[in-house]
Write a protein that binds this ligand. Structure first.
Ligand code: S3P
Length: 176
């Protein structure tokens, strides 16, 4: 099986932006699990959460992740922040290839999320969303850690700097 490069981490950390750039640099296809979910379902993340709830969304997310094992070429994959919640997803992530955890502190995440498009993030559709970010982060830190082959601190780095760092990491991982 190919070693895909899989980016994990909290909402707002920059997985999609970095993943797109990384794919371009490596000449690989790019896939974002949230975008794939929307494409396959023919409805928005917001609509999926509204109709099927978080559990329904997680089921679809697992189905998408499972299907990525069949991808015909090495790909850069950006994932939704909650992908690590299910044990079966964590096993799938390990199978897919090199998993890189993009890390940022909660205050900086809140700052970034305040300026981002909220539609893809129904978990934050509430007044106290900054508190939700902090809580989710606490709950998920350990899970990201158990899955990650490597972590990259993204604070004060440009997407291009992060891409360069990941390229170096992947070269090291590929040498075994
Ligand atoms: C989620 C993160 C979102 C999206 C969904 C749930 C989460 O993706 O999958 O809203 O549970 O953290 P991003 O991490 O790309 O924002």
């Amino acid at each position: 099986m190919y070693q895909h490069i899989v980016l994990i981490g909290m909402m707002g950390v920059g997985k999609t932006t970095v993943g797109r750039l990384l794919a371009r640099k490596l000449g690989r296809p790019f896939l974002d699990t949230d975008q794939e979910i929307v494409k396959r379902e023919g409805r928005s993340i917001e609509a999926i959460f509204a109709v099927s709830g978080e559990e329904g969304f997680r089921q679809i997310e697992t189905g998408v992740l499972q299907s990525l094992l069949e991808m015909p070429q090495p790909t850069v994959i950006a994932t939704g922040g909650g992908i690590v919640l299910r044990e079966e997803n964590r096993a799938l992530l390990r199978q897919l290839g090199y998993t890189i955890w993009l890390q940022l502190d909660a205050a900086s995440l809140v700052e970034r999320l305040a300026h981002s498009q909220p539609q893809m993030r129904p978990l934050l559709f509430r007044e106290d969303w900054p508190q939700v970010v902090a809580t989710l982060m606490k709950q998920r830190q350990g899970l990201y850690q158990t899955v990650a082959d490597y972590s990259v601190a993204v604070a004060a780095k440009s997407p291009l700097q992060i891409v360069q760092e990941i390229c170096q990491i992947v070269r090291v991982l590929e040498r075994g």
